[in-house]
Design a protein around this ligand. Structure first.
Ligand SMILES: Nc1ncnc2c1ncn2[C@@H]1O[C@H](COP(=O)(O)OP(=O)(O)O)[C@@H](O)[C@H]1O
Ligand SMILES: [Mg+2]
Length: 1177
């Protein structure tokens, strides 16, 4: 797993100071010396800083100025250390695409430009690294961009987290919950066209592997009074307009839907349209989202019926006669009664009268009293908002049910609430909304300003305190129980009022004056009170505070709804009505207070992250900057104090043990555990990465690391170690268990060339390793290749220039590009004379149009690039290269790589200065050697080369299991059964043998004597002379007869490309590749591999004694105490786990295996040998 990315070049070309872009040449400086873009831009050199910790002057004006400059350049994100400040651009910006999703994955925050994806990525990765739940608190005033931010985070996380079908379903639900809840819970206000009128905390729950398994939404206090009362310039909840605009004809008939101006709940403000919003289109989106939640069509209609019923109820008006209200026009009762499944008359009756339980003496009696006009209107509105909020809760519950999961390992929580708001007239709703914002500010202050400073003090870290305003006093003024705060006083007032009482609100105001009147954050006025909030003074009108706080639906209305013929409606009213119950229903104030405090508890359990949204103007226009407005936000959000604390503070802290555990792998001394003094262990680790001592301080129980880059350095070193071991394990795994895959790969690769190109003798059975350079160990290379761009194939190749001169290049094929990397000497600067890796050519795979090869066995490949010059390369492992390239083209671009096979072709050369351009020709003719002979004259390169294996050659078969045996039988050539020593299906890798006609075309193989086994194909038999292996003196090395060249063997280098120095993890079982080779046998080895053999009478070699044998072999030679085998034929290992041996060699048989590959020991090495090349002794 990768936690950080060193990918500055690709990630941030415009910002990457560490990278010089010079045409095609990218020079990467030493990563440790690298200066990140935002660091270099500080100190006023550049117009703005990405992280305001780097501001030279820390004042509110400087902060606002920095934000403004960035905003004008469309850079809306800026950091304060880990906190993201996001300014609403009021326009779509181009940096939220796939490219950015790729770019931010695993990138360290300061390597790439500030972005909300970086926060999301940090949360996701921290969750996986630390197994801790994370949360992000998105705050800011109404219209500042909180909801949009929350959606970006959800999108990013669902995009980067893996998972199958079930997980995809969860992701769909999470994403689709947004349009659904917004349709029912958002509305246009004067401050925001899509203002959230409810608070939402969504938790996405993950598996230990980071796949979303489920989710949970907690919703906070919907502003339900909006159903019946609209402020000027505002709209009701979106769903009402969506239904009017998007309903089908049938729906319109069934629900009685008309244009919005027909419904008085919508017409009261006269605003029906929202700029840039298509209600009909959104209606379809809402229906779709309902389906994704698993809501049946019937349920969807039930919900829409309630929406319609509310609109119709709103059209009911009353007239008053003798202080009693009656319905103005009873015809208006029809539709709502029908839609709610209740009796028309009952509806009318319940709107104009109410049943009270009245007590006379000891008796209780039900009394029906008529309502006056105002009370009737109130009853209607209460009914409607009750219905609406219950329906809203039902929808949230449905979403939750759709994504419920038992697994609750850890989660990422995203808090998107209604922002702080100040309207011309502020009521109970604003009071609650602003209270919740006050609580969130409190968390921010607690965690980023207060406790951080307290921690430094407690840990004995040198610290100069930074002053800040702690809004706890305001929270207390609102929610305190003792002494009673405003909410308690309100509850008290409500408890003493029997029904709707006109005097209650005044009583509440008076009580406040006496109980909190002296609080400096409280100020009474004629109709209400003003609170000095952290974000500004807000005056609240007390009118209806008591009624809204009581928030009870009359019992008889609930009873009517419980008698509905509609099951759905009944389900919305599960209340158990207890007559004469003494327990008071919970008030709205108590509810929101409880919810807010529970939320705080939940958030405190997670690792918090912050996004501070800023609204740049009230015009909702792009590039419009209201200085005063922004400065005010900067001030109340406490950004200045935030910067000061961050600047003086430490980016990272960890308890000693956690730190030691995480970085134990970095040193021998600390692995697997450090048993000494923890602080000493920490110092050992820090020294191992050359950490500047000024970069960290050791506190009483924790270590503090100052800058994020220092932490990055530790992480990077740790990751490198893990990468290395992962690779060792992977390789071992591949070697032992992936023969089948290898076989398939080889077959697929050979399909590309079969019948088209002759093969090299040793190329067919080679296993594919992909990376023959060890790219990950070479910082010079890794710095050039974006790490997200996975390396698929890497090999050092020869490139032909326009004069046909060969130059070495590292060819690196990634999932998206083909790189040719060369070396260059730095000409200027402090590093003058140093050799650097440079990208000489970078080709987008999309632009590779075709490849041309000859029909001979050579390794030349001409790469054709669309609208550009060709590259002529000599690629040793061309088959593997072509296969990988072909696969990538199929995967990414849905096409195959066209291959041409011709023995004379032209190609264009690169245009460089005056000398370049033009075309060159390559011609192939018959030669006598397997290695090509190159001769150039003018613009033509002649290549002479002997014929290789027939173009019909296919890879040999590893027979591993019975299933594979079938495959093997299908694939093998019938004649290859003749291989000597073949036992049943057991067959070593077969190499095909070809005889060629003078013209080079393959001839059928003669049916005479059995052909030689692999390794000896198409060459004369190895002479068995005095130098025969059986009789080699003990010190003899394997002999290859002069004049009898062994064909080149494709081998996986043990330490690819010179690779990194071998690293042995202290105390860890699996050593690196080099160390995996068994040590040479001890002198007491019972059977030295090169011991002369006596054979067992059945051996062929006994029948074929070499000419120079001593006259008589020694007799009575002891029988070997360990089983031995003799090689019937020579074999060249085609893989690092195989042994190379010559005919007649004697080896120790370690293990037989029915796969046909036996494990033998030979010259101190253990490895696989094809069984039918061997005979037991
Ligand atoms: N990052 C953004 N890119 C484009 N437009 C945005 C962005 N953030 C906010 N907006 C615009 O501002 C409006 C208000 O944002 P929103 O997130 O609803 O505010 P909040 O939730 O804070 O009240 C959005 O509807 C959108 O038009
Ligand atoms: Mg919002």
């Amino acid at each position: 797993m990768r936690f950080f990315k060193k990918d500055v070049a690709a990630a941030s070309p415009a910002h990457g100071k560490g990278v010089n872009h010079n045409n095609n040449v990218h020079i990467i400086e030493d990563p440790r010396k690298q200066v990140y873009h935002w660091q270099s831009e500080g100190g006023g050199k550049k117009s703005s800083v990405d992280d305001m910790v780097l501001l030279s002057k820390i004042t509110e004006s400087a902060i606002a100025e920095n934000l403004k400059k960035r905003f004008m350049e469309d850079k809306i994100y800026t950091y304060i250390g880990p906190v993201l400040v996001a300014v609403n651009p009021f326009k779509q910006l181009p940096y939220f695409g796939e490219r950015e999703i790729e770019m931010y994955q695993g990138a360290a925050q300061y390597e790439v430009p500030p972005h909300i994806y970086s926060i999301a990525d940090t949360m996701y990765r921290n969750m996986l690294i630390d197994s801790d739940s994370q949360c992000v608190i998105i705050s800011g005033e109404s219209g500042a961009g909180k909801t949009v931010s929350a959606k970006f985070i959800m999108n990013y996380i669902t995009r980067i987290s893996g998972g199958g079908q079930r997980v995809q379903q969860v992701k769909d639900i999470i994403l689709e919950s947004n349009p659904l809840l917004e349709a029912f819970g958002n509305a246009k206000t004067t401050r925001n066209n899509n203002s959230s009128r409810f608070g939402k905390y969504i938790e996405i729950q993950f598996s230990s592997g980071g796949e979303p398994l489920g989710g949970k939404i907690s919703n906070f206090l919907l502003e339900k009074s909006r159903v019946h009362s609209l402020n000027e310039g505002e709209r009701n909840f979106h769903i009402f307009y969506q239904l009017c605009a998007g309903a089908t004809g049938d729906m319109k008939n069934n629900l009685g839907i008309s244009t919005p101006d027909y419904f008085s709940y919508l017409s009261q403000s006269g605003v029906y349209k929202v700029d840039g919003t298509n209600d009909a289109h959104e209606f379809q989106e809402t229906l779709r989202a309902m389906s994704v939640m698993g809501m049946a069509e019937e349920t969807q209609m039930d919900i829409l019926s309630v929406v319609a019923a509310i609109l119709h109820m709103g059209n009911l008006s009353f007239v008053e006669q003798n202080n009693a209200a009656t319905i103005s026009d009873a015809a208006f009762l029809q539709f709502p009664a029908y839609l709610l499944g209740i009796d028309e008359q009952k509806l009318g009756q319940k709107l104009t009268s109410r049943v009270f339980d009245s007590k006379w003496g000891g008796k209780s009696e039900r009394v029906d009293v008529t309502l006056n006009l105002e009370q009737a209107q109130f009853a209607r509105d209460a009914w409607c908002k009750g219905l609406y909020s219950r329906m809203f809760d039902y929808i949230v519950e449905t979403v939750n049910k759709a994504m419920v999961t038992d697994a609750n390992l850890f989660s990422i929580g995203i808090l998107d609430i209604y922002g702080f708001e100040i309207f011309g007239r502020n009521g109970f709703e604003q009071f609650c909304i602003n209270y919740v914002n006050e609580k969130l500010q409190q968390i921010f202050i607690e965690l980023t300003l207060k406790s951080e400073q307290e921690e430094y003090k407690a840990e004995g870290i040198q610290w100069k305190p930074i002053e800040f305003f702690n809004n706890k006093v305001v929270c207390d003024l609102i929610e305190s129980k003792r002494p009673p705060g405003i909410m308690c006083i309100l509850d008290d007032t409500c408890a003493t009022m029997s029904a709707v009482s006109e005097g209650a609100d005044d009583e509440f105001r008076n009580k406040m004056s006496s109980q909190v009147g002296s609080n400096p954050h409280y100020q009474p006025f004629n109709h209400g009170f003003t609170i000095k909030h952290y974000a500004g003074n807000v005056s609240y009108h007390v009118e209806n505070f008591c009624e809204k706080n009581r928030d009870v639906l009359f019992t008889d209305i609930i009873e009517v709804m419980q008698g509905s013929t509609n099951t759905f409606i009944r389900s919305l009213f599960p209340d158990v009505l207890q007559k004469g119950s003494k327990t008071r229903p919970t008030t709205a104030g108590t509810k929101i207070r409880t919810q807010a405090n529970e939320l705080v508890t939940t958030l405190m359990k997670c690792v918090p992250h912050y996004i501070r949204c800023i609204k740049p103007n009230e015009t909702k226009k792009p590039h419009d900057w209201d200085d005063q407005m922004v400065k005010h936000q900067v001030e109340y959000l406490g950004l200045k104090e935030n910067i000061k604390v961050k600047r003086a503070g430490f980016a990272y802290r960890r308890p000693y043990q956690k730190f030691l555990h995480r970085y134990a792998i970095l040193t021998k001394e600390t692995w697997p555990a450090w048993y000494g003094e923890p602080t000493e262990g920490i110092n050992v680790i820090m020294r191992s990465v050359n950490m500047d001592p000024a970069q960290y301080q050791i506190g009483r129980s924790k270590i503090f690391v100052k800058d994020p880059e220092s932490l990055y350095m530790l992480e990077e070193s740790r990751e490198r170690k893990f990468d290395h071991y992962a690779r060792v394990i992977q390789k071992a795994f591949k070697k032992y268990f992936s023969k089948q895959r290898y076989l398939k790969e080889k077959m697929a690769a050979s399909d590309l060339l079969v019948n088209r190109k002759e093969r090299r003798r040793n190329s067919l059975n080679r296993n594919f390793y992909g990376d023959y350079i060890g790219v990950e160990y070479k910082p010079g290379l890794t710095a050039l290749i974006p790490r997200r761009d996975k390396v698929e194939f890497a090999l050092t190749v020869d490139k032909f220039d326009r004069r046909f001169k060969k130059t070495k290049r590292d060819l690196i094929l990634t999932k998206s590009h083909l790189y040719l990397i060369g070396r260059m000497q730095v000409k200027k600067g402090p590093e003058k004379g140093q050799i650097k890796d440079v990208i000489k050519r970078k080709i987008d795979l999309e632009n590779i149009s075709q490849a041309t090869l000859s029909t001979y066995q050579d390794d030349l490949v001409l790469i054709h690039v669309r609208n550009d010059y060709e590259s002529l390369l000599e690629i040793r492992f061309k088959t593997e290269f072509l296969m990988v390239l072909n696969n990538k083209l199929k995967e990414r671009h849905n096409r195959e790589l066209p291959l041409n096979f011709i023995n004379s072709f032209d190609f264009r050369v690169k245009k460089t200065g005056w000398g370049g351009g033009g075309t060159r020709r390559v011609r192939f003719t018959d030669g006598t050697t397997d290695e090509p002979l190159f001769a150039s004259s003018g613009s033509t390169l002649s290549v002479k080369i002997a014929h290789g294996l027939s173009s019909t050659s296919r890879p040999g078969i590893y027979v591993i299991t019975p299933d594979i045996r079938i495959l093997a039988n299908e694939m093998k050539s019938p004649k290859s059964n003749n291989v000597p020593g073949s036992k049943g299906n057991l067959q070593p890798p077969a190499r095909n043998f070809v005889h060629r006609s003078p013209g080079g075309s393959p001839l059928p193989r003669p049916s005479g004597p059995a052909p030689k086994p692999p390794g000896l194909a198409a060459v004369s038999p190895r002479p068995r002379g005095p130098a025969g292996p059986q009789f080699r003196p003990p010190s003899a090395q394997p002999v290859t007869s002069p004049g009898f060249p062994r064909p080149p063997v494709a081998r996986m280098p043990l330490n690819p490309g010179g690779g990194p120095p071998a690293f042995r993890l202290p105390g860890m079982g699996s050593p690196p590749i080099q160390a995996m080779q068994p040590p040479p046998p001890p002198p007491s080895d019972p059977c030295p591999d090169n011991q002369p053999s006596i054979g067992n009478g059945s051996s062929r070699s006994v029948n074929r004694p070499p000419a120079s044998l001593p006259a008589k072999p020694p007799i009575n030679r002891p029988k070997p105490t360990v089983p031995q085998v003799r090689a019937l034929y020579g074999y060249d290992a085609s893989d690092i786990d195989e042994l190379t041996f010559n005919e007649g060699d004697i080896m120790v048989l370690v293990q037989e295996d029915k796969s046909g590959w036996w494990t033998c020991r030979f010259r101190g090495q253990e490895g696989f040998c094809p069984a039918n090349y061997l005979e037991k002794m």
